[in-house]
Structures are given as C-alpha cells and as structure tokens.
Design a protein around this ligand. Structure first.
Ligand code: PLP
Length: 475
C-alpha cells in the first residue's frame, strides 16, 4: 500500500504541474521528446552494464515508467481542461495494448481504469486491483457466462449487437445489477490507412451499423424500450485513422445520443464512451497528435459532448504506452548475403509480429548501439535487421540505413510499448522475453521486472508436456 501512496503522490505532483491551462508538454522533465530519447539511451546503456540484456538474455522489453506516468497525467489533464469541473470522466486503458498486471497497477495509481475485451483481460484488470467502477467490458463475442459475471461484478458493459442486447434483457430482469449498460454503434464513417484496424467501415464486424437501412430507428427504439440502457459507445479505429475522422465518428455518436434523449424526453443516455484509437507517430520521438490536441479538437467540433451534460469514457491504448516501450536485442551474428549486410538478432516475429507480417503498415524506427550499449556512430549502411525465427520474412527492417552493425552490438526497436513485446507470438517456441520497467534515480538507472522471462520448463508445460504427454499414444 505504501508503494501505491507514493504513486498517488507522484501523480498528484504531475497533475499539479499539468494543471488546466498549461500544455502537458510543460510537465517538467518528463514528456518532451528529447527527454524521452535521453532516458532511453541511458536505460539501454544501463541495461547492458547491469546485464539486464546480455548473452543469456539476448532480447528484452524496456518500459519508461516516468514516461508512462507523464502520459497518464497528460491524458487526464487534457480532458479536465476541456470539461467543466466535476464532469465524470473515466479513462479506461485498453488492456490489449499492454496486458501486464504491473502496468495496469501503475496506471491505476495514476487514476486510469481498464477497458477489457476477454475473460483473460478482465482477470488481469482484477489482479491489478482495478475496481469494477473503473472497468469497461467491450468485445464482439461475449459469452453468456462473461455477461453474467460482468453484471454480477457491476462492470460497465457495452452491448455489441441486437442478439447481445436480448441476452442482457434476460439477465437484467433476472437479477439486479450495478452495471451501467451501453450499446456500441458503428458510425460507418469509413476506414483509415490500415484496413485491419479500421472499425468504422460500412461492413465492420463491430457494433450496430448506424447507416444501414432501419438501424438508426432500431437503436432509438432499443433505448426507448430499455430505461436501463444509459450509454452509447463507439470506437472508430486504431492507428491509421486521421484525427478528423475520429472526430467525425465521435460527433455522429453524440448526435445520436442527443436524438435518443430528445425522443425519451429525459437524459436517458448519461455517458458517452468515445473509444480510443488516437494514432501514434512512429516516425520520430515527437508525440503527435497529443491527447490534449484531440480533446481541444473535440471541444471545438462537438462542444455539447464536453459541456458537462454527459459523463465520458475513453479507451486509449496505444497512445498511452507505445512511446514508452523499447525492444532491445543483441546482435548475435553479423553477416553478408548477396552483398547486403544482415544483422541477425533475437528480436523478430515473436515480439514484433505486426511489423514482420505487415512491414509496410507497421514500420519501426531502429537505433543502433555498440557492445557497451552506447549509441553507435559511423556512416549509414543499408542493412537488414533480422530476427531469430526460421522463415525468411522474419525481418524487423529491410535495407535500413544504420551504422554497420557488428557481432555483440545492440539494436533497439522504438515505440514498442503497446502491441509489441507484451503480445508474444510463440513461433519457433521462442521464449517470452523479460519485460523491465526502468526509472532514473539521479544518474542511476534502476530496473524492475514487470514480467520475468519465460522458462523452458514453462514452454514444455504449455506445449502439452505435463499430464497430456502420453495423451495421443493411447487414444
Ligand atoms: C483496441 C481498442 C481500443 C484501443 O485502441 P488504441 O488504438 O490502442 O487506442 C479501444 N476500444 C476498443 C473497443 C478497442 O477494440
């Protein structure tokens, strides 16, 4: 508990520094791009010196704790500055972005809740001590048991479709619940630059498609028939959605809430959940766009949403964590093929799945460090940065201009705090690497494991090596 109080205090200090009226970038020494890059270089150096990364642990994930705290504080400050005092705002971190209990706990201490979309994610949020009041359950495929559990716990639930709403009808009638219940709609505003992450296309699998024939009327009637249905939810996409499109999605959702309330003759919808999806700049250390820019844009374009009449829920994931993660790997071998230098590292498809399988949609910045973890200098040479997996496409970067990497050097893949090393893919039975938070205390960099590296025994056990060992032989 004492530790949590420290966290609370630190958060309050940050929030005081980021009071409404100042920009989040004014939080001293924590959020500027140059500070973040500096801290990263210090952490890489210390990770090599302290053996956090080394021959026995050739790939690790690093998380910048000061950066995460600063982003959490800046997110809260952004919406506090845009709403009247006392407006209920829940920032529910999308757990899928970085599904680690210590990260959820850190965020909880910074006043951030959890958006969960599976029984596993709910279990992580509960293990982190996130309260039901600070938890939101979304998912397009909730089972009856999941719905029952959520309603019993009093967790907010967003229904995805008419069939789910029918299940909720029965559950709400059979037992009282403290859960706020909402409906997810798809404003069908179109897709962003990454199809797989665009959730508001005409044919998206998520929510009730608002522009389909009769759908809007159905939604309005659904609310009029159910006084306990009090929230409206939309999440229009993740990464690749321009800010303007996100604003359009939120605006359409707000207009619908206004129409429902007008038809109901009362403020039946009291809370609007605007989802997450703020895009992250993977091209430089600059945080752009910021949560504050998004909040200001919403304030200008959808003022009624933020005038205090509605409670708000947000579900940011990537934009809170991505820039605070660094994937660090040793160069095991440096070779040449067809005239091109190839650095073979231990960071590949298992920790950067999206980049390896869809390199054009998910390019990552790579920085080079020498054997001691110091930034590597020298003329840039086009080279491949390869992973350990046994297929040719396992590359973090192709023909990337970098100082020529040598055996024993290190590479860092930047902005990987969300949807990368915390989402292991078990190809080649590669172990899940350790993930370490770091913080500077004066000149000293201290590390703490947020997730210990997986052991080989654990891999064997998870791969049917326990009581299932002989299961197939005697079938
Ligand atoms: C994935 C997801 C989020 C988080 O998206 P980010 O792009 O990480 O901010 C929020 N809400 C829902 C419903 C999601 O599926």
């Amino acid at each position: 508990m004492a530790h949590d109080e420290d966290d609370e205090q630190q958060t309050q200090d940050l929030r005081a520094a980021a009071a409404p009226g100042t920009t989040p970038a004014a939080v001293p020494g924590t959020t500027s791009a140059a500070d973040r890059a500096d801290r990263r270089d210090q952490a890489v150096r210390a990770a090599v010196e302290q053996g956090v990364v080394g021959p026995a642990a050739p790939v690790v994930g690093l998380l910048d704790i000061a950066g995460i705290r600063a982003s959490a504080a800046a997110l809260r400050a952004a919406f506090e500055a845009a709403t009247p005092p006392g407006t209920p705002v829940l920032h529910a971190f999308a757990v899928k972005a970085t599904p680690l209990v210590p990260v959820l706990r850190l965020l909880r201490a910074a006043g951030i809740g959890a958006e969960v979309a599976s029984p596993g994610e709910l279990a992580l949020a509960r293990a982190a001590g996130v309260t039901p009041a600070d938890t939101v359950l979304d998912s397009p495929a909730k089972s009856p048991a999941e719905l029952r559990q959520a309603l019993a716990l009093g967790i907010a639930v967003n229904a995805d479709n008419p069939q789910e709403l029918a299940r909720l009808d029965a559950l709400v009638q059979s037992a009282p619940t403290a859960s706020p219940v909402g409906l997810r709609v798809n404003p069908q505003i179109g897709g962003g630059s990454i199809g797989a992450l665009s959730t508001a296309t005409a044919t998206s699998k998520f929510g009730v498609p608002l522009l389909d024939e009769g759908a809007r009327q159905w939604v309005i009637q659904a609310f009029l028939d159910r006084p306990w249905l009090t929230r409206l939810h939309a999440h229009s996409g993740s990464q690749g959605m321009p800010l303007e499109m996100m604003v359009r999605g939120v605006s359409a959702t707000y207009e619908l809430a206004e129409e429902v309330n007008e038809r109901a003759g009362r403020r039946q919808i009291d809370t609007i959940d605007i989802g997450g999806g703020l895009p992250v700049n993977f091209g430089s250390d600059e945080e752009s766009p910021t949560h504050a820019q998004y909040a200001r844009r919403l304030k200008a374009r959808v003022p009624g949403l933020l005038d205090g009449r509605y409670g708000l829920v947000t579900e940011f994931g990537r934009s809170l964590l991505a820039k605070h993660g660094t994937l660090l790997a040793r160069v095991e071998y440096a070779k040449k093929a067809g005239g091109r230098p190839v650095a073979v590292t231990h960071a590949g498809v298992q920790v950067a799945t999206r980049t390896v399988y869809a390199p054009l949609s998910w390019p990552l910045r790579i920085t080079a460090y020498d054997t001691k973890g110091r930034p590597k200098t020298g003329p840039a040479v086009g080279q491949d940065v390869a992973g350990p997996a046994c297929f040719a496409g396992d590359l973090l970067a192709e023909n990337r201009p970098l100082p020529l990497l040598e055996q024993g050097d290190h590479i860092a893949a930047l902005d990987t705090g969300a949807y990368y090393f915390a989402q292991h893919y078990s190809y080649n039975s590669l172990v899940r690497p350790g993930i370490y938070g770091f913080a500077l205390h004066g000149d000293e960099v201290r590390f703490a494991a947020a997730r210990e590296p997986q052991t080989l025994d654990e891999i064997v056990a998870e791969s049917g090596g326990g009581s299932e060992r002989d299961a197939l032989r005697y079938l």
